[in-house]
Design a protein around this ligand. Structure first.
Ligand code: SF4
Length: 203
């Protein structure tokens, strides 16, 4: 069983699935089997059940932890939507800590329904991977299984999250793309009224 909960640079992360509809060329999954103090982030045999996620949370000592709990890991958290929803509720009930979702923004396509409103009711921050500023460039970089509709679905999701007053929304790009593309991403993010974070690529 892979590590469900791991720490990296003093933050607590949850890895609840290895499923992801993208094949981003910069994905850290291509570089190794783990991050931070995890031994492996690859689940073998089966994805974790909610009970297994709950047990991993229960086993961690949060008494001195004041940070946020971040859904990230080696897969797209919203691909395990039911477990994601139940885990958020459990964290709020048991720990009351802030929650951040790092997502590719394709939850609506993954789950066949609008999900921004429900997600915003569960988390404090949503960080959405913008990655590029056109559908063509996005598809080339992220190779989404949903093809051409992915980019617009991700933008729609981001805009809907932005309408949720209680949630901080951030877009991100990784600095593997040319500087002029980063500039265009900044313009797009500005138009949407959402801050853009430029993440450093680490291998
Ligand atoms: S969306 Fe995230 S997990 Fe999926 S391939 Fe891209 S970087 Fe990797």
């Amino acid at each position: 069983m892979a590590d469900i909960l791991y720490t990296f640079e003093n933050s607590v992360y949850l890895n609840i699935t290895n499923t992801c509809p993208c094949k981003c060329k910069f994905c850290i999954r291509n570089n190794g089997d783990s991050v931070g103090d995890a031994s492996t982030l690859w689940f073998e045999g089966h994805a974790p059940s909610f009970d297994e996620i709950k047990s991993a949370i229960d086993a961690f000592d949060f008494s001195d932890y004041k940070g946020e709990i971040i859904f990230c890991g080696y897969g797209e958290p919203t691909a395990a939507y039911k477990n994601f929803v139940m885990t958020c509720s459990y964290i709020k009930e048991k720990l009351g800590l802030p929650i951040r979702l790092n997502t590719n923004g394709l939850s609506d396509l993954l789950n066949g329904k609008p999900t921004a409103e429900e997600i915003c009711s569960l988390v404090d921050t949503v960080s959405i991977s913008l990655n590029q500023h056109t559908a063509e460039k996005y598809n080339e970089l992220c190779v989404p299984a949903f093809g051409e509709k992915a980019f617009d679905a991700m933008l729609k999701f981001a805009k809907e999250c932005k309408t949720c007053d209680n949630v901080k929304v951030v877009l991100s790009v990784v600095d593997v793309i040319p500087a002029e593309d980063i500039e265009e991403c900044k313009k797009l993010a500005d138009e949407m009224g959402i801050p853009l974070r430029v993440r450093k690529y680490t291998d």
